[in-house]
Structure formats: structure tokens, C-alpha cells
Design a protein around this ligand. Structure first.
Ligand code: ATP
Ligand code: MG
Length: 577
């Protein structure tokens, strides 16, 4: 591609709305342009990179034996009513009405459509296992679209769905997808980590997310320093905490004045008591029923774990006004479990606590010296909190948990028979009996990968593409278009690289070399060749690696082989995972 005739609208400054490196750089390098909130046009360079991700995903899915299909983006509401999700999915679902007043949605995911296909086309155990995938535009009316295409409303996803005769079959398919995902992300040159994920309201039996490690990631993942345990914070558990080394001696129950001290920090400072000796009392509503949840002062409630422990579908943390209503007008900020009439559930870390501090249910007062059994009944204990750095690993005795940030780029899920049962898929087994196939589903955020790759690979000057995803592997900078020797060298190199199947961008613009260098840094092609200047007078071109290192010179005649060898060694180093 020739820079002079292409749409590569680079920007000196990043638009103010861009808060992450990838968003800024995708706008500045002219890869994408916004059309509306969370919807973007992919410009030529961005699209090239997107297509590369697609090609890698397609090759690996084909190699794993999945069959590519393309399902409609627009789906009839009836199908979603059959699965029960029309009402449950809420506002993320973009709903449409056609000229006959029939309801549709723009697919945020395709379980219903693939299951409908399966019930029509699958008849016999001989057809199973079978596995379908597609690469397609999805729409989710995200409450907070942000970070550019990272969390768009319209985005490109690879979604796949497998059908097996039984759970043992699904185990094999799931394992194979786990391995396939590893290969895909390694080939993309990403540093990633598979983690255990919450199976949530879909109620499947196992799930893993694949996270690209990046400080700007929206997710927190916990991993063990010693074994291979890793989980999303939503799901991560801690091993049992050692009992506090300084267990306080028994203390009398006292009500103390804490005027205006509502937060844990304020109370801890005011009473001169360590924050871990305080107990936070939280009022929540689970499926409309109020509960009191207790967690240690230095811990945070994990609503997903709490919902599971209470056995409720939906957990809501009510507004202060509603809390006052639910507690019969008790002062928010001074709530506590002593004397409450609400059902109480406490985090397991509190099991060994005694002589703790909590709200007194009286304005401007707290209780100190609170002791289980003596002052209040021992409640039910369950894992209700987010793990924190340095918690013991739940799997091995030796390890401690570390927390990192990640960008979710893939998600695999054992669905079980939820959809196949709801939509009535049956196949005949070897004995001629009707059986319900067991499903798995497997998603990859194809467009999100482009942003995640940039998030992980950039510097102050621009993008540093991994070779596998670079719009072009090589950029040739023609130092001076009016110098016939430079022009001829650049054109020959351009044609030769093309002939070898190397993606190459030729900056043939009538611009100063300084500007070309700046844009080349911003665009981030892995290798850059300068045709011109003193080197060319000596029959050489200068080659630079965008990742860094000293430039090297190669005789014009050896430039192509030198560049190809460089690309291969970069590619090999990047696909280590
Ligand atoms: P998230 O927690 O980030 O909202 P999700 O759990 O809703 O993701 P899935 O339903 O598992 O996502 O979708 C499969 C993949 O699609 C995700 O792993 C992610 O990479 C991608 N994806 C999901 N939502 C978006 C979005 N709004 N923009 C871009 N990619 C997305
Ligand atoms: Mg989501």
C-alpha cells in the first residue's frame, strides 16, 4: 500500500475522550473513527489488523474441527422467549420492531439461534460431537461503552457452540477449546493468562476466561505464586486465613460515642482500633428479601459470591433511603448485627474474630468488644469477600495470591443442557432412545484483541505491533521522492517484498523525512527501512526494528532476505505466550 494515496489520517494530538493508550493510539494512528457512542468505522489500516486476528482465529478453529457458519444478526423475539432470556437479558439487548409489528433483537450472542438450528438438523448420535463457529458483528447496548473498541456496543466476536452426547464428551471438546485458545493468543503475540471464571446465572458447570495482562484492564485476576491456580476476582477464593496473631483478650461489650464517624476509616482512626478488627454491616436485597451481610473492615463484599451463598438470582445493594426502610429507620452508617431481626450471613474470615467493633444501630454510636455467642448468635458463615493480595492460595499450601489486571479476550463455558432442553433438541442414541445433547460455548473478542494487543505493546511514540497482527510487517520510508536512486531503490524493494508475500507500506509522500519517522513510530510496523541518505550512496539501506535496538545496514541486494529473517525471529520470539 502506498501512503500517498491511502486513507491513513494520523493525528498529532489524541482526542480528549480517549483515556487508555490503545484508544488514543487507534485514533491517532488512523485505525478507527467513532460514528456514535460505542460504534466505530474501521479504516484501512485498522481493518488489516482486525482481519489478521480473524484469520488466526479461523485457522485454529478449523484445525480444532469446528465448522464455520454465519448466522443472522437479527433474531426473532420468539426464540428468546423460548429460552426465557427475552425478559431476563434487560437493556443490553437491542430490540427492534419490523413493519409487521413483529419483535426482533440484534444478536448480542447466538445460543438461541444455534440451538434452533440443532433441533432442526441433528437427529442421531452419529452426527455428534459437532461444533459450529462464526465470526460476526454483535451488538450489546453496554451501559458504559468506553476505551474505544475495547468495550464497544457494536463489536466483532467469534462465537462457537458445541454439541456432545454427554458430559464426558463435553469435557473432551472443552479441553480441546482450552488448548486452541492458548494457541490463538500465543500466535497473536499476546501475554495472557487463562483463569477460572464464575459460571453465574447461566448455571454451567465450568468456565475459563482468557485475560491479556495489562494495567488498564477492567478485570482483576488472582493467581498463585506457587501453583497454577488463577481465577477472576469474581470467583477467586482464599485458603483459610491464619488466626490473628494478636487475638485480643475478652472485652466487655461497650457502646461508645463515635459522633459523625460513619466510614470504616473514620471509626478505626477515632477509636484507635486496627481496621481488621472492625466489622462492616451491609444491607442487601436478594430477590426482594433483605439480609444483613458482615465482612471484615479491611475486606470488600463480593456480590456474586454473596448471591450464590444466599441462593438468590439477583442481589441488589439498595440506596440509603431504601436501607432505612428495610431496617425500620435505623441510622445508615451505624448499622450492626447485634439485636437485628434480619437474617445475618457473615464472611468466613470473621469466624475467628472476637472483641470486634461494629455499628450500634444507634445514631453516632458503635459497639466495641463484640463477641460471638455472648452478644449475638453465631451466624452462618460463607465466602462472601473479594480475595486480597497475599491471601493464602485455596489450592496449595505453599502459595500466596497476587492480583493483576486483565482484559478479557476469550471465554469458554460448559453450558450443559440449559438451551438444548429449553428449545427441545433431541437426538437418538445407539439404543434408539431420545437424548438431549450437552452444549459448550466459546467466545473470543476479535475486535477487542486489536486494542488489547496495542495496550500491551506501545511506547510514548506509538504502537509497537506484534508481527502477527501488524497491518504491515514492513514500512519503507522513501527519504526524498525527488532523488531518482532513492525512489528506484524503494520501488524495487516494495515490489520484491510484495512478491514474497510480505505486507509492506511505502511512505512515498512528498513530506520531510522527520514527519515520516514520526508517523512510522506511531503506526508501529515491526520493521522499517529507510531508502536514501548516506547509506544508499554506499549501496545500503538502513533497517530499524520498532521494538528497539540499534539500526543495522544491509546491502540493497540483501535487504529482502535480511528483512524476512528478522521478521521470522521476531515472530518466533513473540509467540512464546
Ligand atoms: P465483559 O465481562 O467484558 O462484558 P462478557 O463476559 O460479557 O465480557 P462474553 O459474553 O463472554 O463477554 O463474550 C465473549 C467475548 O466477547 C468476551 O470475552 C470479550 O472478549 C468480547 N466482548 C464482550 N463484550 C464486548 C464489548 N462490549 N466490546 C468488545 N468486546 C466484547
Ligand atoms: Mg458483558
Amino acid at each position: 500500500m502506498r501512503f500517498s494515496v491511502s486513507l491513513i489520517p494520523t493525528l498529532k494530538e489524541a482526542p480528549v475522550e480517549a483515556h487508555t493508550a490503545s484508544h488514543r493510539l487507534m485514533l491517532r494512528a488512523g485505525l478507527i473513527r467513532p460514528l456514535g457512542s460505542g460504534i466505530y468505522t474501521w479504516l484501512p489500516l485498522g481493518l488489516k489488523s482486525l482481519r489478521k486476528v480473524e484469520a488466526i482465529v479461523r485457522e485454529e478453529m478449523d484445525a480444532a474441527g469446528a465448522q464455520e457458519v454465519l448466522m443472522p444478526a437479527v433474531q426473532p423475539a420468539e426464540l428468546w422467549r423460548e429460552s426465557g432470556r427475552w425478559d431476563f437479558y434487560g437493556k443490553e439487548l437491542l430490540r427492534l420492531i419490523d413493519r409487521h409489528e413483529r419483535e426482533f433483537c440484534f444478536g448480542p450472542t447466538h445460543e438461541e439461534v444455534i440451538t434452533d438450528l440443532a433441533r432442526r438438523e441433528l437427529k442421531s448420535y452419529r452426527q455428534l460431537p459437532i461444533h459450529f463457529y462464526q465470526i460476526q458483528t454483535k451488538f450489546r447496548d453496554e451501559i458504559r461503552p468506553r476505551f474505544g473498541i475495547m468495550r464497544g456496543r457494536e463489536f466483532l466476536m467469534k462465537d462457537a457452540y458445541s454439541f456432545d452426547m454427554d458430559a464426558a464428551g463435553l469435557d473432551i471438546t472443552y479441553r480441546s477449546m482450552y488448548e486452541t485458545y492458548g494457541r490463538i493468543f500465543r500466535r497473536c503475540g499476546l501475554r495472557f493468562r487463562p483463569v477460572e471464571a464464575d459460571t453465574g446465572s447461566i448455571g454451567g458447570s465450568a468456565s475459563h476466561e482468557f485475560h491479556v495482562l495489562a494495567s488498564s484492564g477492567e478485570d482483576v485476576i488472582a493467581s498463585c505464586s506457587h501453583c497454577d491456580y488463577a481465577a477472576n476476582l469474581e470467583k477467586a477464593a482464599s485458603g483459610p486465613l491464619a488466626p490473628p496473631t494478636t487475638t485480643p483478650a475478652p472485652q466487655p461489650l461497650l457502646q461508645v460515642a463515635t459522633p459523625g464517624k460513619k466510614t470504616i476509616q473514620e471509626v478505626s482512626a477515632f477509636l484507635q482500633v486496627g481496621i481488621e478488627r472492625l466489622v462492616k454491616t451491609l444491607v442487601v436485597e436478594g430477590d426482594g428479601q433483605p439480609y444483613l451481610l458482615l465482612v471484615r473492615g479491611d475486606h470488600e463484599l463480593n456480590p456474586i459470591k454473596a448471591a450464590a451463598a444466599l441462593g438468590v438470582r439477583q442481589l441488589v445493594v439498595p440506596e440509603p433511603g431504601r436501607i432505612a426502610e428495610l431496617t425500620g429507620g435505623l441510622p445508615v452508617g451505624f448499622l450492626g448485627p447485634v439485636g437485628t431481626t434480619l437474617p445475618v450471613l457473615a464472611d468466613s474470615a470473621l469466624e475467628a474474630s472476637n472483641a470486634f467493633v461494629c455499628g450500634a444501630n444507634t445514631l453516632d454510636h458503635h459497639l466495641t468488644g463484640v463477641t460471638w455467642e455472648r452478644d449475638l448468635p453465631r451466624p452462618r458463615f460463607a465466602d462472601l469477600r473479594n480475595v486480597v493480595a497475599n491471601d493464602p492460595c485455596p489450592r496449595c499450601a505453599a502459595g500466596r495470591l497476587a492480583l493483576d489486571r486483565g482484559i478479557e479476550v476469550g471465554h469458554i463455558f460448559k453450558l450443559g443442557d440449559k438451551y438444548s432442553k429449553a428449545l427441545g433438541v433431541t437426538v437418538l442414541d445407539q439404543e434408539g432412545k431420545e437424548r438431549t445433547p450437552i452444549m459448550g460455548c466459546y467466545g473470543i473478542g476479535v475486535s477487542r484483541i486489536v486494542a488489547a494487543a496495542i495496550e500491551q505493546n506501545h511506547d510514548d511514540n506509538g504502537i509497537i505491533w506484534p508481527v502477527a497482527l501488524a497491518p504491515f510487517e514492513v514500512e519503507i520510508l522513501l527519504a526524498n521522492p525527488n532523488d531518482p536512486l532513492a525512489k528506484e531503490t524503494a520501488e524495487t524493494l516494495y515490489a520484491d517484498l510484495h512478491a514474497k508475500g510480505i505486507g509492506v507500506l511505502l511512505d512515498d509522500r512528498d513530506e520531510r523525512l522527520g514527519i515520516k519517522f514520526k508517523d512510522a513510530d506511531l503506526l508501529g510496523c515491526p520493521l522499517r527501512v529507510v531508502a536514501g541518505g548516506r547509506a544508499l550512496k554506499e549501496g545500503k539501506v538502513e533497517i530499524q526494528v520498532r521494538k528497539g535496538g540499534d539500526p543495522l545496514q544491509a546491502p540493497v541486494g540483501e535487504a529482502v532476505t535480511t528483512l524476512i529473517a528478522r521478521l521470522q525471529s521476531l515472530l518466533a520470539a513473540e509467540s512464546q505466550g
